[in-house]
Design a binder for this molecule. Sequence first.
Ligand code: ZN
Length: 249
Amino acid sequence: MKITKKQLIKIILEEAEKLRRDIPAYLSPSHEESYYDRLLTWAYGEASFPIAGEAFSVKQGVNWNDLSKDTKKFVRIVAGIAKQMYGEKGRRMLVITDGARTPREQVDRIATKLKKGETPIEVMSLYSPPTPGMSQQTQKIITNIVDLLKKDPDDKEARRIAEAFIKSGIRKNAYLSSHLLGDAVDFRSTNYKDEIKELLDIAAQKYSDIYIEDETSAAGGAHWHVVVRDTTRDGEVFLSALADQRRKS
Ligand SMILES: [Zn+2]
């Protein structure tokens, strides 16, 4: 019998699920979890790496460095809340799957969405009103880009022109994505959809001025997309308390 990689992954995940249900006594909760998480990481091809001294990890290839100051502060705030609520497990829950982006990387994300089976209409709606931050101009840009890429998302010439559309939009102050400004991060929602939403909501109530977009059913990779505008005074106080804790431990 011949099976595809997708089928194999499905079988392995089902087996892991059974293992969790049937023989929990074999494994301590923490072991069981990290085993399951590692398996998922492998299955979804999302190798992630811790950043030195930080209580979260980033997916391979993510541009963390070019994020805005407030966006970095926001991620640290979320990680601090996660640590208070979940201890060490918080670190494994928080995986940043996207950060700052260049225009070329933006084209790459759009092409990936199309390749992974999102429809042109789904992709276009993400970059059009009423999605916050989007305008008639961004709608025009994304319509052109999807038209270019929908036949063959890998076509080099089409990608080059798509990149030029994004750059010309930026010159006119029409940003197709807050990621281009370094003002947005994506949190992987696989496995921890509700837990992460709760963490983001807590941060939004007190510490950070943010906008949250639900992309947890996106075929191109389930995540919470967060645009960061500012850090509140309470947020700054919380961050310095976290820094004090780190110095003491
Ligand atoms: Zn995003």
